[in-house]
Each structure stands twice: as C-alpha cells, then as structure tokens.
Design a protein around this ligand. Structure first.
Ligand code: AMP
Length: 562
C-alpha cells in the first residue's frame, strides 16, 4: 500500500491547537499553511519552551512568535486575569516595530477587544506614550532604549506581569547599539518568563543574548542557506567598467521596461539616493527615496504605499551597514544617544531598511552601489523572493569591486561547487545610442541640484508627517493620496528625454521592450499584485530570441557596434 501523499503530511494551522480567533485571522490573511519556521516553532512554543530560532528573512518569523504569544495571552484572558502588560516584543528599529505591530494587529483582528497592542517605537516622545501605557496594553512593542526609558520612568512595569519576551531580529540588536540598554532592561523583568529569540543569522551577539535571556532553549536552525535557492531567487552580476555605464544600464533597463514589477535600488549614501532620483527624473521615471534623514512616519508611509502597489521604484540606502561594514568591533559598539559626526545629527540611528523590512512582492533588487559586506548583500537580497515568491538580484560591479564580488560568491557558494551568482547577459554596445542622453541627464544632476533636492524632500516630508498629522488622522483617505515620488527638480527636466525614439531600441529587444508603456501605466493606481508565476522579471539579451536580420534592417537605424 502507498503511504499518504505529501499533501496529506503538510502541516496545517488547524492542527496546531491555536485559538479559533487566531485561525480566523490567519485565514483572513490568506495564509494557507504554516511556513517551515511556523510549523516547527509554534508547537514547541505552545508547550512553554524557550526558543532560539534561526530562519531566513521573509520566512514567516513574525507569525512564528506572534501566534503562540497571542494564544497564551488569550488563554490568560479567558482565565479572567486582569489587564496587564504580559507580552514584550523588542525590535532593533522603528520600521521593524511598526511592522511587528501591523502583523500583530492583523493577527488580533478577531480578538481585538481581548488583546490590545501598544507600539512604543514610533516617533512620539515618551511622555505622549504614557497615557497609552496606563491602559495596560497586553503587548508592548518597542526598541530596547524606548522600553527602558519607560521602565525607568515607571510608566511601564513588567516585574509582576510579564509572561512572554520576544526578541526579534536579534542579530541586529547589538550592532544597532542596544546592548547596554538591553542589559539594563533585563533587571526590570521578573525571574520567570518564556522567551523567543528570532534571528536571521546566529552571530556572536546572538550567542551573548542566548546566555542572557534564554533558559534551556530549543534551538531551531531551519534553513542552512540564508537565501532561497536558484529556482526561487535568480542572482546576477554585471560588470560596469565606468560609473557612467552604471547609469546607462539602469536607464535602459527601466526606460525599456526590461524589468517588470517593483524594484528596490540600493545605493551607498543619501547623496547617491538623490543623485539617482534626479537622474531618473530626467527620464520622467518617478521613484521614491528611503533613507534615515526622512521622518519615521514618512518612511513607514512610503513602505506601506510601496506594498500597496503605489510605486514601482524605491531608491534606498542601508546606512546601518554603511556606517560600519564589518560591524562594530568588540567593546566599540555604537553607543546610543551620543553625538554623531557632522551630518549625522539629522539621521536616525534606529533606521535600518535592508534589514528585516517586509517589502511585499518585490520583483527585483538592484545593487546599484555595491553592498558593503556579505551580510549586507544577504539582507538586501532578502527583500525579494519572500515566502514562496520568485525574485531577482542584479548587482552592478565596477572593476575595483571584483574582489568584493568574489567574497560574496564564495560566501554564498558554501559547500556547493556552483556559485549562485551568474553574469547578466547584456550587450552594452547595442545600447550605445542611449549614451548621449544619459550623459546629458548626468550633467543636469549637479551637486547643487542634489543639495536642493535633499533639503526640499526633508522639508516636504516634515510637513507631511507633522503639520498635517491631525488632518490625515481625520481624513485617512487623503493620506493614501499623498505621494512620495513627485519630481524634486521639475524645472530642469528636459522633455525630449521622456520619450524613447524607436531607433534607439536595439533590434534584439524590440519584441520585449516597452518604452511607451511606463508613463501610462504609472499614472493608474496599481493594485497590489503578487509576482508569483513571474519566474524572472529581468529580461536580458540572452533571453530574447534574435529577430531575423530582415526586420532589423527595416528599422530606421540600427545601434552601431564598436
Ligand atoms: P516575516 O518573515 O515574518 O517578515 O514574513 C514575511 C511575509 O510572509 C509577510 O508578508 C507575511 O504576511 C507572510 N507570511 C507569513 N506567514 C505566512 C504563511 N504561513 N503563508 C503565507 N504568507 C505568510
């Protein structure tokens, strides 16, 4: 007799013994079955075990800790326990706090009266959060420093009530400068509580944390590889001999719509963010920027709108990594609250966009500027191919960066003989016709223009996030209408760069390039869409069948070869 099929053996949420209201929420979220980390962690957590779970980013870690946490709190509520803060979720950044809160909100959608949440990681000052804490929310979410501030001010007390402590994205906590705060915070916790530590990597910091907060934990090392396999994540690199070639290649990829769907473009600094935005503006390609200078409310709004499908392109920095590529050496951890160097004043030390943020349905990540470390490559790449969606990473590499590329390749190759990074087939010589336009656009993006754009963006975003806060609270629909991808320097955009004349499109790409579609497409509000079934959204010359010569010669002009 045959054994039961694989489908029969697949774990189901209904078999995990969770509160029916949580199962309702899971169904409403459209989660059909638990991910690996959820299937492994939830039963152990429900047995009361401490957990140390390593699972790669985008694998459903939040659900893995949130469901057992909420289940336990619902049980206590049913037992008639009075209101008290029983769950504490510590996160390393404000964005991650907001994200955890949103997920917990979704999961408590059918028991919102029984479980109340408070996210302390937001922008409000601590005093404004006191009234919320007086109401004794069941779960408090926050960065260690903010939670510690409340514990010290006695606006929060956990000594008598805490049941479950969660440390999310634990590998980042210390490098984000929270080590001292976390250690101080532990003195305010009771002797016994259950702990879940979730981490994308097991580094030394996680080992230290393990000793500090976990008691006989079960360790779950779920995925050996930190990124999905080649059937889900396609990884490419392309050599760009000059800086100009990087801009040229990007311009062609976007202007000819050779990449489909949503793209995150990572750059190395805030200045580069605006340089690229202004460059794309020259071609009438709207993009948002995301960096630590923007107010946290704007950042979260940009991410949420991107997830809803408002924008195709985000240009992001991952400054936490850039500040210290190798991570701070022992004994030299970044101290919180200290004065940064000139220019750092306005930056938010709790910003970390490539780490853990749940950008949804991202088709491709472009490393326009080379990632500063292997870890950073992994975190950036982890923004695409989440859960079981496909995705692509394309890394632009200058000659000076070849040794760094080799480091990444060897780290990702591991024991296997084949590197997951393949060269991206693109014939630069066939797009030479774009070079003049590209140079023209690059010339328009002067240092002064970047400076002005940067100031203008901050001013506008501050206005959006502060002055209009009350208005938007009353008119949430208008909040949706607020866009972050408007031109920052519209006066200097050259109208002729907006359109791509047919003769510029290489004959080999004519069957797939869609230079005229973009503007039209973007002006519609695009509903959120999944990139499932879209195996590789990045089209290369190799993926295009050559047209017969006859049709090429028919065209007005053929791109000249070298
Ligand atoms: P996380 O790793 O917790 O950041 O989750 C990444 C994404 O996976 C989020 O958008 C979740 O909504 C989604 N997700 C989590 N669990 C599941 C599941 N069981 N089935 C489908 N999607 C899920």
């Amino acid at each position: 007799m045959q054994k039961g099929s694989m489908a029969d053996e697949e774990p189901k949420f209904e078999h995990l013994g969770l509160d029916p209201r949580l199962l309702q929420a899971v169904a409403a979220l459209g989660w059909r079955r638990p991910t690996l980390v959820q299937a492994e962690a939830i039963p152990l957590a429900l047995e009361g075990k401490d957990l140390l779970a390593r699972a790669r980013t985008g694998s459903g870690k939040t659900g893995a800790y949130a469901l057992p946490l909420l289940h336990r709190l619902l049980l206590l509520r049913r037992g008639g326990k009075e209101a008290a803060v029983r769950g504490l979720v510590l996160v390393p950044s404000k964005e991650l706090g907001r994200q955890a809160r949103d997920m917990l909100r979704h999961l408590t959608a059918f028991c919102a009266r029984d479980i109340r949440l408070a996210d302390l990681s937001g922008a409000e000052d601590a005093a404004a959060q006191r009234p919320v804490l007086m109401e004794k929310p069941d779960v408090v979410i926050g960065t260690p420093s903010r939670v510690l501030a409340h514990l010290q001010a006695r606006s929060l007390s956990l000594q008598e009530s805490l049941e479950v402590l969660v440390i999310d994205e634990a590998d980042l906590l210390f490098s984000f400068g929270f080590e001292e705060d976390l250690k101080s915070l532990l003195c305010y916790l009771p002797k016994i509580y259950q702990t879940f530590v979730m981490s994308a990597t097991f580094n030394e910091d996680v080992q230290t944390l393990k000793e500090l907060v976990l008691h006989n934990p079960v360790t779950l090392k779920l995925q050996e590889s930190q990124l999905p396999g080649p059937s889900q994540l396609s990884q490419f690199h392309i050599q760009c001999e000059t800086e100009e070639n990087k801009f040229l290649l990007l311009c062609v990829l976007l202007k000819l719509s050779l990449v489909r769907g949503k793209v995150i473009l990572f750059v190395g600094s805030i200045e580069r963010c605006y340089r690229l935005k202004l460059f794309l503006e020259q071609f009438s390609i709207p993009a948002c920027v995301l960096n630590s200078e923007l107010p946290v409310k704007s950042r979260c709004h940009i991410i949420s709108q991107f997830n809803k499908g408002f924008y195709d392109y985000i240009i992001a920095t991952d400054e936490q990594d850039l500040a210290d590529p190798e991570g701070p050496p022992e004994g030299k951890r970044r101290k919180r609250g200290g004065k940064g160097s000139k220019g750092e004043k306005t930056r938010d030390q709790e910003y970390g966009v490539s780490r853990g943020i749940d950008f949804q349905n991202v088709s491709a990540v472009f490393n326009f500027d080379f990632p500063p470390s292997v870890e950073s490559y992994i975190h950036r790449a982890g923004r695409t191919a989440r859960v079981d969606n496909p995705g692509t990473v394309l890394t632009f590499v200058s000659p000076a960066e070849y040794p760094l590329l080799a480091n990444i390749e060897s780290a990702l190759t591991g024991d296997s003989s084949e590197t997951p990074l393949r060269p991206y087939q693109f014939r630069m010589e066939e797009v030479e016709g774009f070079r003049y336009r590209c140079q023209d656009a690059m010339r328009s993006v002067t240092k002064q223009a970047i400076k002005e754009a940067r100031l203008r963006e901050i001013k506008e975003e501050l206005l959006n996030s502060e002055k209009l806060k009350t208005y938007f609270e009353d008119n949430p629909r208008d909040w949706d209408l607020l866009r972050h991808d408007k031109p920052l320097h519209p006066a200097v955009v050259k109208p002729h760069l907006r359109n791509v004349p047919e003769y510029l499109v290489p004959p080999t790409l004519r069957s797939i390039a869609r230079p005229f579609l973009r503007k039209h497409q973007r002006q519609k509000r695009i509903p959120p869409r999944s990139n499932k079934g879209q195996k590789n959204p990045l089209r290369s010359f190799s993926s295009v069948k050559r047209r017969p010569r006859k049709s090429a010669t028919k065209s007005k002009a053929t791109p000249s070869g070298p």
